[in-house]
Design a protein around this ligand. Structure first.
Ligand code: SAH
Ligand code: SF4
Length: 336
């Protein structure tokens, strides 16, 4: 099923819609769209005839609609219905400095099916179109005018849907004035996509979900690891570094009894050698019916003590939105 979105309109198409259309109306329309205007009737700098033609052709500005908002401390989760009846979620996260981050989805479900992730456990339905990624940002803008950052850390593996993700990044940079360094793409280690991202020179930040630096354990937990073993991932990250010298984030979902011991830390240290990075520790968010355990404070402290001993730079990510299933790896877009 395809969808004709006004976000994809070309200058020529706009000019052909009505005789009264002038060249500059194209930039007017783009301005309305990037200012989160969701109603053709409110685009008052466009001639009324052109607004009518736009309505006839596209019916509505957004292809998707928000059907539910769930609020938690510092996390607001939007359930979004797409034009074909599929559902996704995106989240607005607020930090202690009152900075707001839009966490966007890139797929309906996820191809990667990581064992410890709720999204992975619902399977994969389809890729999102670039306009569906862009619309999430505007839906979040309705909830919070000021959005400081974007992270592609919602549902899906963004680098498996590279073209749509790239188009949406270019939109946020060029139309919404967001600097590339305020945009982070997180991947489970999809090597082909990391190379494409390096070559595309978009300037965005890269986060890689390492989870464990042990091949055997990684293969059990993540399907990306079955495609690409750690030495290939490492080589690709060094290639990435040759194209973009900025520090990458290695995300480390900490799972009790699985990746918290001394040998795990030694393996991280070996893997990270020669990389410019920081380890982002995310204690596993508890997901019912999955055979994993969230580490307690004692286990987290013992792990971080080992990280210090091995001079591994790290931060612990404070988890937001666990109660409403809005936190990392918890998005399933449950609907009635
Ligand atoms: N698909 C991308 C981005 C979305 S997942 C990726 O995997 O990188 C965002 C982060 O959530 C990843 O670092 C992933 O390892 C982590 N994650 C998944 N399930 C989790 C859970 N139950 N608890 C904590 N982090 C989780
Ligand atoms: Fe997909 Fe990321 Fe979840 Fe893995 S952790 S299943 S890649 S969303």
């Amino acid at each position: 099923m395809t969808y004709d979105s006004v976000f994809n309109i070309t200058r020529e198409e706009l000019l052909s819609l009505s005789e009264k259309t002038k060249e500059f109306h194209y930039s007017c329309l783009r301005k309305w769209l990037s200012s989160a205007c969701d109603d053709f009737d409110k685009m008052t700098t466009l001639p009324s005839d052109l607004r009518d033609r736009l309505k006839e052709r596209y019916n509505r500005v957004y292809s998707s609609e928000v059907v539910e908002i769930k609020e938690d401390i510092n996390a607001k989760k939007l359930l979004i219905k797409l034009f074909d009846g599929a559902y996704i979620e995106c989240v607005l996260l607020t930090d202690y400095k009152n900075n707001h981050t839009a966490c966007l989805s890139s797929e309906v479900g996820c191809r990667m099916k990581c064992e410890f992730c709720a999204t992975g456990n619902i399977g994969f339905k389809r890729d999102l179109y670039s306009f569906e990624i862009i619309e999430q940002f505007f839906h979040l803008k309705k909830v919070c005018e000021k959005i400081d950052r974007i992270v592609y850390m919602g549902m899906g593996e963004p680098l498996c849907n590279f073209n749509a993700v790239k188009e949406s990044i270019l939109y946020f940079k060029n139309e919404c004035g967001l600097s590339a360094r305020r945009i982070t793409v997180s991947t489970s280690g999809y090597v082909k996509g990391i190379k494409e991202l390096a070559d595309a020179k978009l300037g965005v930040k890269l986060a890689v979900s390492l989870v464990t630096a042990d091949d055997e354990s990684r293969e059990k937990l993540m399907s990306a690891a079955r495609l690409y073993p750690l030495d290939e991932l490492k080589k690709t990250l060094l290639y990435y570094k040759s194209k973009d010298s900025q520090r990458i984030a290695l995300e480390y979902c900490l799972i009790s009894g699985i990746n918290t011991d001394l040998s795990s830390v030694k393996k991280i240290s070996l893997f990270a050698d020669k990389l410019v990075y920081s380890l982002n520790v995310i204690p596993w968010n508890t997901i019912e019916n999955l055979p994993f355990k969230t580490p307690d404070n004692k286990e987290i402290e013992a792990f971080t003590a080992l990280l210090k001993k091995y001079n591994i730079p790290f931060t612990i990510r404070e988890s937001k939105g666990q109660k409403t299933y809005s936190a990392c790896g918890m998005l399933v877009a449950k609907h009635k």
